[in-house]
Design a protein around this ligand. Structure first.
Ligand SMILES: C[S@@+](CC[C@H](N)C(=O)[O-])C[C@H]1O[C@@H](n2cnc3c(N)ncnc32)[C@H](O)[C@@H]1O
Length: 208
């Protein structure tokens, strides 16, 4: 438990994020090889249309990129940003750069114009953000009013906590009573919230 806490603390900085994910990058896809259909199903919740522009925030090895590309078509724009170079290297090795443009970037400091995106997909990201309010606000800045945002994890909160040998606590960022006001402060309206063993999915809409 103490070690878990230490890991959480180390992840609270950009360097900590890289320290945590760099040694995990090479076998990330093989560890979670069965998740593809769950990612594809979650991407449908964004309501993407042909030609849309979408960002996979904290894309890691780019597991969502094929589904995002399929949703926006060849004329659409798919971006994958991540803070950990080793994750992006693994993404390129897996050929995910065929489905989107990958870049080393902090989602809290996006190299994007205001309102240029139609949607953001973020799998497994929120608990790693140094300052969630800062990060979610910056993502909102880059999305047009009415655009969508999916916070996803292929495992629900309770199942994930059990996997890590810890209990769910009321201050969990992704608990609906905490997440809804946090999103609202950052320019998002939480639209649908699902937290079951096989998936966590919170879909929000960018407020005008
Ligand atoms: C749990 S992994 C999920 C990766 C991928 N989305 C997936 O579902 O396989 C979290 C990822 O978020 C990235 N990350 C964490 N904080 C970030 C930030 N501020 N900006 C960009 N990427 C970040 C990490 O480097 C890591 O690749």
């Amino acid at each position: 438990m103490r070690q878990d806490r230490a890991n959480e603390d180390r992840r609270d900085t950009a360097a900590g994020v890289r320290d945590f994910f760099t040694p995990r990058a090479a076998d990330w896809d093989s560890r979670f090889a069965d998740d593809g259909p769950a990612y594809a199903a979650a991407v449908t919740a964004l309501g993407l249309r042909t030609g849309d522009a979408v960002l996979d925030a904290g894309c890691g090895t780019g597991r969502a990129l094929p589904a995002l590309r399929a949703a926006v078509g060849p004329r659409g724009t798919v971006l994958g940003f991540d803070l950990t170079p080793a994750m992006l290297t693994a993404a390129v090795r897996a050929g995910r750069d065929r489905d989107g443009t990958l870049a080393l970037a902090d989602v809290a400091r996006l190299p994007l114009r205001d309102g240029c995106l139609d949607a953001v997909f973020a799998a497994g990201l929120i608990s790693h953000l140094t300052d969630p309010e800062d990060g979610l606000s910056e993502l909102a800045r880059a999305v047009r009013p009415g655009g969508t945002f999916a916070l996803f994890h292929p495992v629900g909160r309770a199942a994930l906590a059990a996997r890590h040998g810890r209990a769910l606590t009321p201050d969990d960022l992704r608990a609906e009573p905490n997440l809804r006001p946090l999103l609202a402060r950052c320019g998002w309206r939480l639209d649908t919230y699902t937290d079951e063993d096989t998936r966590f999915l919170a879909v929000s809409v960018r407020q005008g």
